[in-house]
Ligand binder design. Structure first.
Ligand code: PLP
Length: 380
């Protein structure tokens, strides 16, 4: 099956009990045993739940992996798989990953004896030089949040294989519609399903896709042991969103390209970050490894905080809000919102400036989006 069909039919749909076309929400904590020691496949919803299973199988199939796991949030997914490691292990991560990922690693997991190096993964030498005898994992995010930097996945996986490292890819921004990291032999894919997979800003959720029986067993163990799973209703919302993922992503991208081109030519815009622009340093790699460039556009404004605050106060169709990937367009200020947990000097070093604005370009009519940006950039 192709992606558009998988999004609607994967996971054993229609439902086997009564043929329901919409996946039933098995809103139950526990399941009656058939006999002593004999279940009907499920015993307790933390361990597994039939609604969750449809979502897990769907995401696994979309990514081309072995098994999927659905979590309460993207951070729950990340927190769970970082526990595949042990105290004393070292992780190399991109330096402009999502602020919450950085916070989890630096402010939480470091206290449990994990070591982290954050760096720009734009060349082989930088990554190889950071490898230590205890390095176990490469954590990749491409396109990255919020700078839309591109990592060459082939290069990263090649380094990882040579040094026996596990590779994890946060595929939240690209989604399997534009990028399927497992085709490049990445070991684990992680998602905030809160974003494009759900697509309607009505749930928080996360997912992990594995590529081997061993990883499947270990992630299933951790999910159950840590209790980080998603609720049946939240799984249903993500499943409903995924059904339209392919049509949404296509339109997100069309609108994002138009927005990036509009911003690029605007006199008060200092810089535009969008991998679809030929001027983007990762454009050629993105073109090679992705089927499209996605719906996120970041840009820097001239005129400092005053200009940024003015723009964010004037937008009308775009809402000033955290998160991304929904049908409604959102704008946010990474330095004070999504990436506020990064220390200021670190943020500035990696290029997340006070002038940076991140747009999640939605599915509205593109003329209304451009008109909105136009009036917000040029107050009358
Ligand atoms: C790239 C990326 N990964 C992970 C997360 C965390 O996901 P959640 O907010 O669902 O916990 C986010 C949230 O913004 C994100 O943008």
């Amino acid at each position: 099956m192709r992606l558009e069909t998988i999004a609607i039919h994967a996971g054993g749909r229609p439902d086997r009990a009564f043929g329901a076309i919409s996946v039933p929400i098995y809103q139950t904590s526990t399941f009656a045993f058939e006999d002593v020691g004999k279940t009907r496949g499920y015993d307790y919803s933390r361990t597994a739940n039939p609604t969750r299973k449809v979502l897990e199988d769907t995401i696994a199939q979309l990514e081309g992996g072995k098994a999927g796991f659905a979590f309460a949030t993207g951070m729950a997914a990340e927190a769970t798989i970082i526990h595949l490691l042990e105290a004393g292990d070292h992780v190399i991560s991109g330096d402009d990953v999502y602020g919450g990922t950085y916070r989890l690693f630096r402010n939480v997991m470091r206290n449990f004896g994990l070591e982290f190096t954050f760096l720009r993964m734009d060349n082989r030498q930088t990554v190889e030089q950071a490898i230590r005898p205890n390095t176990r994992m490469l954590w990749l995010e491409t396109p990255s949040n919020p700078l839309l930097n591109i990592v060459d996945i082939e290069m990263a996986v090649d380094i990882a294989k040579k040094h026996n490292l596990m590779t994890v890819m946060d595929n939240t921004f690209a989604t399997p519609y534009f990028l399927r990291p497992i085709e490049y032999e990445v070991d684990l894919v992680v998602h905030s399903t809160t974003k494009y997979l759900n697509g309607h800003c009505d749930v928080v959720g996360g997912a992990v896709v594995t590529t081997s029986d061993e990883l499947t067993e270990r992630v299933q163990f951790l999910l159950n042991a840590m209790g980080t799973c998603a609720s049946p209703f939240d799984c249903w919302l993500v499943l409903r969103g995924i059904e339209t993922l392919p049509v949404r992503m296509k339109r997100h991208e069309e609108n994002a390209i138009a927005v990036a081109n509009y911003l690029k030519g605007h006199p008060v815009v200092k810089r535009v970050f969008y991998p679809g622009l030929a001027s983007h340093p990762g454009h050629e790699i993105a073109k090679r490894q992705m089927r499209g460039f996605g719906g996120m556009v970041s840009f820097e404004l001239k005129g400092g905080s005053e200009a940024v605050n003015g723009f964010l106060r004037r937008i009308k169709v775009f809402s000033l809000a955290e998160s991304l990937g929904g049908v409604a367009s959102l704008a946010e200020h990474p330095a004070t919102m999504s990436h506020a947990s990064m220390p200021k000097d670190y943020r500035e070093r990696v290029g997340i400036t006070e002038e940076l604005i991140r747009l999640s370009v939605g599915l509205e009519n593109i003329d209304d989006l451009i008109d909105d940006l136009h009036q917000a950039l040029q107050p009358s």
